[in-house]
Design a protein around this ligand. Structure first.
Ligand SMILES: O=C(CO)COP(=O)(O)O
Length: 248
């Protein structure tokens, strides 16, 4: 069974009301394969206007969500608040949060469980630093990040795994197709062992890290690359070309 191609746009802490409305308009007008699932993730302040202006069929993701139902958690957003605003996905475990905000594997796993239990899909980011890659620890790091989630979550039907090597994020240094495919294959093999063949077969594993309109088509040809999580290029007109990476 073919897995549906999935492209996420992670705006990170970028954009204004004006620029986000322009991006939304471009996506509303864009032609892309209706079988490609598209999800964009603006900063939390702009989730609502994005949802209001974006056409149906394109989903909106938060960049984070908290693992408590409500209460005295200044600065956090709850799963119920996302659902109340028709936000159906969240990114979790992004390396910028792991590294800069020191989020642990356990905290990310707890938030993943909380989001899924509440009915929100999770784009779960994993990836190694350059130092870890050079020490030959890529698979070990990535699989232990996933294991923390698998210890708490058995149903992965609403998880999309995003492999994002930290050294390739925002650096213009994209992983080679071979490097990306090798890690994606290792993730799929691990999913099969840990959670069974069906989960491994169905789970989308997408690549992130300096994806552009220039490199996306080659990457999309790889057997275990089921889409992309795009940072910088998701803010530009080139994002539409990336949505069409698979057909071309
Ligand atoms: O971190 C990323 C997406 O989550 C990738 O960012 P860039 O595409 O800007 O390298």
């Amino acid at each position: 069974m073919a897995r549906q191609f999935f492209v996420g746009g992670n705006f990170k802490m970028n954009g204004t009301i004006q620029s986000i409305k322009e991006i939304v308009q471009r996506l509303n007008d864009a032609k892309f394969d209706p079988n490609t699932e598209v999800v964009i993730s603006p900063p939390s302040l702009y989730l609502l206007i994005t949802r209001e202006h974006l056409r149906s069929g394109i989903e909106v993701a938060a960049q984070n969500v908290f693992d408590k139902p409500n209460g005295a958690f200044t600065g956090e957003i709850s799963v119920d608040q996302l659902k109340d605003s028709n936000i159906t996905w969240t990114i979790l475990g992004h390396s910028e949060r792991r590294v800069i905000l020191q989020e642990t594997d356990q905290f990310i796993a707890s938030k993943t469980k909380f989001a899924l239990d509440g009915g929100i899909g999770v784009i779960l980011c994993v990836g190694e630093t350059l130092e870890q890659r050079e020490a030959g620890k890529t698979n070990e790091v990535v699989l232990s990040q996933l294991k923390a989630v698998a210890d708490q979550v058995k149903d992965w039907s609403k998880i999309v795994v995003a492999y994002e090597p930290v050294w390739a994020i925002g650096t213009g240094k994209v992983a080679t197709t071979e490097q990306a495919q090798a890690v994606h294959a290792a993730i799929r093999e691990w999913l099969s062992k840990e959670l069974g063949g069906e989960t491994a077969e169905k789970t989308r594993i997408i690549y992130g890290g300096s994806v552009s309109e220039k490199n996306c088509k080659e990457l999309a040809k790889e057997k275990d690359i089921d889409g992309f999580l795009v940072g910088g290029a998701s803010l530009k007109p080139a994002f539409v070309d990336i949505l069409n990476a698979k057909q071309a």
